[in-house]
Design a binder for this molecule. Structure first.
Ligand code: ATP
Length: 306
C-alpha cells in the first residue's frame, strides 16, 4: 500500500505542479522540461557572467519560414545600462526578449551575453542570470509571501518584506486581512494588473539577477499606478543591464538608448530627446500617445466628478 500511495501522491503532486507551472513560464520550462525549440549542446557550459552586457548581432528570426519577424537587428546593452525597444504592435519587440531568454534560436546572427553565445551555454545558467518581469504575471494559488519568495526560496521573511516595500506593494499587503499570509491566485484574492506586476517586481528584486527583461503591460494603467510601478522598476533596474520591451512610451524617457523597431528592422535609435528632435516615427508615436493619455485622464476626471 505504501509503495502504491507514494507514486500516486507523486502524480497528484506533479499534476498540481503542472497546473501551477502553466501559470509561470519559467517553472513550466523547468518542470516539463519542454524541449520544444532549443536544447543544450552536449558541451554547453554554464554562463560565466562578468558585468552582464548583451549584444544582438545581425539577428534574423522567423517563427515560420514564410514570415520573417526580425530582419538583421543589431544593438548592444552595455553592462548596467537600460535599452528600451519600442515600435508599433507586431513589430517584433517581445520576440527580442524571447530570443535573449532563448525560448527560440536565431536563424542568422547571434545573441551574446558577455561575449558568450546563448546557444553555447546551459539554459539553466542563462535563465538564472535573467530576471523577467512579464506582461501579465499569473500568481500561484498560495500566499502572497510565497509568491514573492518564489524569486529566491531561501530568502528570510525580512528580505521578502523588504523586497515588497521596494516594489511599492508592502503597504498594500500589510493592510490585507491576513497580511503576507493572504491567499492569492485564482482561488484567492484577486489582484489588479498593477498589483500583480508589483508582486512580480518584488520577486525579481529577491532574485537579484544581473540582467533584467521588463516586458511592460500593454493594458492601460491609471497614471498613479503607472508612476508607482515606474518608481519600483527604476529601483530594480538601477545598475542592472536592463532590456525594456515598452508598449507605452512614458516608461522609456530615461533609457540610455531607445530602439524603434518597425517591421522587424531598426527604424530609428537614440535618446528620448534625440529622437524627438529627429521628428520621425518615435516623435509621431510620442505625440499620438500623449494625446491619448490626456484624453483618458480627461475622461477619468469627468467620470470622477459625476
Ligand atoms: P505588441 O506590441 O503587440 O506586443 P510586439 O512588437 O511585441 O507586439 P511580437 O510579440 O514580437 O510583437 O510579435 C511579432 C510578430 O510575430 C507578430 O506578428 C506575431 O503575430 C508573431 N508571433 C509572435 N509569437 C508567435 C509565435 N509563437 N508563433 C508565430 N508567430 C508569432
Amino acid at each position: 500500500l505504501i509503495q502504491l500511495s507514494v507514486p500516486l501522491n507523486f502524480i497528484g503532486f506533479v499534476y498540481r505542479e503542472i497546473r501551477q507551472g502553466l501559470t509561470d513560464i519559467e517553472q513550466m520550462f523547468d518542470l516539463l522540461e519542454v524541449e520544444a525549440e532549443v536544447v543544450d549542446k552536449p558541451d554547453a557550459k554554464p554562463l560565466a557572467i562578468q558585468q552582464g552586457s548583451i549584444a544582438f548581432k545581425d539577428v534574423h528570426f522567423a517563427y515560420d519560414p514564410e514570415r520573417q519577424i526580425l530582419k538583421g537587428v543589431s544593438f548592444e546593452v552595455p553592462a548596467g545600462k537600460t535599452v528600451a525597444i519600442v515600435g508599433p504592435s507586431g513589430a517584433g519587440k517581445s520576440t527580442i526578449s524571447r530570443l535573449l531568454y532563448r525560448f527560440y534560436d536565431v536563424q542568422q546572427g547571434s545573441v551574446t551575453i558577455d561575449g558568450q553565445d546563448v546557444r553555447d551555454i546551459t539554459q539553466k545558467s542563462l535563465r538564472a542570470a535573467i530576471g523577467m518581469v512579464p506582461q501579465d504575471t499569473v500568481l500561484f494559488n498560495d500566499s502572497i509571501a510565497y509568491n514573492i519568495r518564489y524569486g529566491r526560496l531561501g530568502a528570510t521573511d525580512d528580505e521578502m518584506m523588504a523586497a515588497a516595500d521596494i516594489a511599492q506593494i508592502g503597504h498594500f499587503i500589510r493592510n490585507l486581512p491576513d497580511g503576507f499570509g493572504t491567499m492569492v491566485g485564482e482561488r484567492g484574492l484577486k489582484l489588479s494588473g498593477g498589483e500583480k506586476q508589483r508582486v512580480a517586481i518584488a520577486r525579481t528584486i529577491l532574485k537579484a539577477p544581473p540582467i533584467l527583461i521588463l516586458d511592460e503591460a500593454t493594458s492601460a494603467l491609471d497614471t498613479t499606478t503607472e508612476q508607482e510601478i515606474q518608481a519600483a522598476l527604476d529601483v530594480v533596474s538601477k545598475n542592472r543591464t536592463t532590456l525594456v520591451i515598452a508598449h507605452r512610451l512614458s516608461t522609456v524617457i530615461n533609457a540610455d538608448e531607445i530602439i524603434v523597431l518597425r517591421h522587424g528592422e531598426i527604424a530609428e535609435r537614440g535618446t528620448h530627446a534625440g529622437l524627438l528632435a529627429q521628428n520621425g516615427l518615435y516623435a509621431s508615436m510620442w505625440n499620438r500617445q500623449r494625446e491619448a493619455t490626456q484624453a483618458e485622464e480627461h475622461l477619468r476626471q469627468v467620470r470622477e466628478s459625476d
